[in-house]
Design a protein around this ligand. Sequence first.
Ligand code: TYD
Length: 141
Amino acid sequence: MKLQDKCKIINFADLGDERGKLVVVEGGQTIPFDIKRVFYIYGSDATVVRGEHANRESEFVLINVAGKSKVRITDGKEELIVELNKPMMGVYIPKMIWKDMYDFSADSVLLVLASTHYDGKEYIRSYDQYLQMTRGTEENE
Ligand code: TYD
């Protein structure tokens, strides 16, 4: 499967009216997993690169609820760069996909929804190790 089919852009419905915007994200519905954990990253800037890991078990959806950032996504074969620049869009990142977040605007608030509770042991933080683990797998042949 192509990377852009694995890492789908999610466009959330706009439930706003004259009073302002409203965006709803629901686990198991617009988000393709049950949400176990939510965290958000802010106070980063254009000099910072975050992420730089893949996860054995966790799936994520990233949403810039304010400001903007970019996420570089790779499966070791293809690369995709997604600019997250509106609160009504997110990107789904499945298990075993490498991701780097960067180019944060000063006002960036990057919301991350995760399918698991935190477990540092399921993180792969060496890109070389990641490539070794994905090489030869069915998806990468
Ligand atoms: P890190 O994974 O480096 O952040 P990012 O991928 O967003 O750049 O996490 C930074 C620190 O926070 C690290 O010590 C692990 C800790 N942490 C938790 O305890 N729970 C969590 O859910 C997350 C995402 C991180």
